[in-house]
Design a protein around this ligand. Sequence first.
Ligand SMILES: Cc1ncc(COP(=O)(O)O)c(C=O)c1O
Length: 358
Amino acid sequence: MQISIQRTAASRLNTIDFNDLPFGKIKSDHMFVADYYDGAWHDARIIAFDSISISPATSALHYGQAIFEGLKSHLNPFGVPLLFRPEQNSRRMNLSAERMCMPSLPEELFLEGLKKLIAIDKHWIPKDPAKSLYIRPFMFATDDSVGVRVSDSYTFIIFTSPVSPYYAQPLKIKVADKYVRSFDGGVGSVKAAGNYGASMFPTKEAYTEGYHQVMWMDGHEFKYIEETGTTNVFFVVGDKVMTPALDGNILDGVTRKSCIQLLKDKGIEVEQKRIDIHEIVAAYKQGILHDAFCTGTAASIAQIELFNYKEQDILLPPVATRRWSNYLNETLDAIKHGTVADTHGWIVEVNEQISVAG
Ligand SMILES: Cc1ncc(COP(=O)(O)O)c(C=O)c1O
């Protein structure tokens, strides 16, 4: 599909203080938009980032047919924008779409629109390597009707936002004992907007108790660890690295699968299994819980300082001693910035030259 480009006549780039980038607040100049109706995607376009006008009856607002993705772009040392495994986001978005009865978006259109958008707004990618351009693709139902049924029309948008790191310090986590993020047969394994809305109350409660995030547990017994906040979670016990197996309730994180591969490259086979929290607490008591960390696009590798389980603080060793989370953090960061060899073909360079004048 042809993607039309209408550049903004009034770039906001010069008004932005790149030293002050609160996560997600600042939007770049352009967005990529496509509309779905009559059974097909239409009118793929890059236009100025702006508000959109929708009917109060827009079905996504009422029944939650809304899904999203998140990825980032960094500059390599030559100033070329890089994307990290963007096809994974496209595929995962289509899995989310299928579960939510929404149309799939062709991978080529996702990647073409994304690359053109990044090429046009490449000056919005922070030059400071600690910062990045966060990319938010999303799709929502647009039928102007409050009947509870599958919408016939949808809008897909990608916009971008220059950001600082998501977490500034190691995390204090509360192990959930009352609320669940997802349940068997639900939508925990996809990026449905409602998952995030539902997690806000328990997260707020944990926050008021002094924690940064919630460790989500299985909904039957609150015994098996699933995820942490909006990230996957890993533990290092003795010489073993482990992460909860994808059980249908856990999001299949791009960072998670990349960490598993990077550890495999070092000869470490990550155990993907049901992790009983008692096993982790026992390891702590034996002094062999060496590391616990969260993985995600926004957070990258976020080390856990402590987690609180049944009123007991499980304290992790000093961050500097943590071999694998530090290794993964440095290695992923270097791959994403193009400063080490990309041996797995994860990086997509954005070399598009966009010549259309606005
Ligand atoms: C619930 C949840 N788990 C895990 C992740 C990490 O996934 P990724 O590494 O693809 O960002 C995310 C973020 O997308 C998430 O929302």
